[in-house]
Ligand binder design. Structure first.
Ligand SMILES: Nc1nc2c(ncn2[C@@H]2O[C@H](COP(=O)(O)OP(=O)(O)O)[C@@H](O)[C@H]2O)c(=O)[nH]1
Ligand SMILES: [Mg+2]
Length: 356
């Protein structure tokens, strides 16, 4: 019998950094040490440069970005992380501008990030929207960053998560992650924030969509925007939503997602929205659920990275590359089963022991 050699995974060479009393690593080269210090001092330029570094696809940049993140990690985790989702036109940008100003007026520092894998096509959601967030963009205590424009949803999400950590290290204590309600992006954003809020329009069609797509289950808060246009319709939609949510088992026994009405345009309902966010944190912190959610998210994130990495190793393997077209053809034509094909490809790659 031929001995199967285990496929060699690239070895992570990052050594455990020596941490100075100020939390910065000795391992960082001087330029990056200055960058890290700039981020910790809350300098926007340093923060923007650091995010550019983590978004870079150059291998040397990636190595530097990893070291920088490692150094700053002890300074992260203190922000309230909020996800805002909803279909295009529901009023996300208008809402973030209005709520953002309220948050700043209450003495917080706010970072707004976006997860939008389509932004390479559309030119960047927040970038275009920055005009709609004009007053927010001008304020010193706010930091607005468009979605990274390269890559798949997974790639964009990973960069956004890391950008979120950098913003926390820079002292931003509220992070808002905006996403357009398309495809997987909502679930992805829900997986990186403490509270996921869904914006809806006052009509019945929209909520049915969300229910069908399974978005309702991941919402911690639903807000019916544009209530100013037809307050009665907004109240009716609110009642429908409450009814729909009533039939779902809430993610926490201590939190049933509230349904609010608001007008981003007229700045109505914003204070209630923010108070609900604070109530969420104040309710789930003492029960331990708040921390537990983050722990779960961190472990999930690790597994997502492992899956992505394994996938890449597998697909880049020369033997897999060679065999793949032929095997795919056979699976497509029904000559071999998908299961047999997968086993054969694993064997060809000597990826792992091919027997489970
Ligand atoms: N009447 C009314 N219009 C709104 C409200 N919020 C947003 N809009 C308008 O809806 C349109 C889309 O808003 P926008 O914030 O760009 O939506 P986004 O695509 O979700 O970011 C804009 O013309 C806004 O002025 C609201 O509360 N009431
Ligand atoms: Mg927008």
């Amino acid at each position: 019998m031929i001995q199967q050699k285990a496929f060699q995974l690239p070895i992570m060479t990052d050594s455990v950094p020596d941490v100075l009393p100020d939390g910065l690593t000795l391992g960082l080269p001087p330029a990056d040490r200055a960058l890290a210090e700039g981020v910790l001092a809350g300098q926007r330029r340093a923060l923007a440069k650091s995010i550019t570094l983590i978004e870079s696809t150059r291998p040397d940049h990636q190595a530097r970005a990893r070291a920088l993140l490692d150094a700053l990690l002890p300074h992260t985790g203190k922000a309230m992380r909020l996800g805002i989702s909803g279909s295009p036109g529901v009023g996300k940008s208008t809402f973030i501008e209005a709520l953002g100003n309220l948050i700043l007026d209450r003495g917080h520092r706010l970072a707004v990030l976006a997860v939008d894998p389509s932004s390479s096509l559309t030119g960047g959601s927040i970038l275009g929207d920055k005009t709609r967030m004009e007053t927010l963009a001008q304020r010193e205590e706010a930091f607005i960053r468009p979605s990274p424009s390269a890559g798949s949803l997974g790639g964009v999400a990973e960069k956004t998560r890391e950008a979120m950590l950098l913003c926390e290290a820079a002292g931003f204590d509220v992070i808002l992650v905006e996403t357009v309600g398309v495809g997987q992006s909502e679930t992805t954003v829900a997986g990186m924030v403490d509270l996921f809020a869904l914006l809806q329009l006052p009509n019945a069609g929209d909520d049915l969509q969300a229910i069908k797509k399974g978005i309702v289950e991941i919402a911690d808060l639903v807000a019916i925007n544009k209530a100013d246009i037809d307050p009665r319709a907004a109240m009716a939609t609110r009642a429908q939503w409450n009814n729909a949510l009533h039939f779902l088992r809430p993610a926490s026994p201590n939190w049933t997602p509230p349904v609010l009405t608001l007008s981003a345009f007229k700045k109505e309902g914003l204070a209630e929205f923010w108070e609900t966010v604070e109530r969420y944190r104040n309710t789930l912190t003492p029960t331990g659920e708040f921390k537990e959610k983050r722990r779960r998210q961190a472990v999930d994130w690790m597994w997502q990275l492992i899956h992505a990495h394994l996938n890449q190793c597998f697909q880049r393997h020369p033997a897999v590359k060679d065999a793949l077209p032929g095997v795919t053809q056979k699976v497509a034509s029904g000559t071999i089963t998908p299961a047999a094909a997968a086993t054969a490809l694993f064997a060809a790659a000597r990826f792992f022991n091919s027997e489970p």
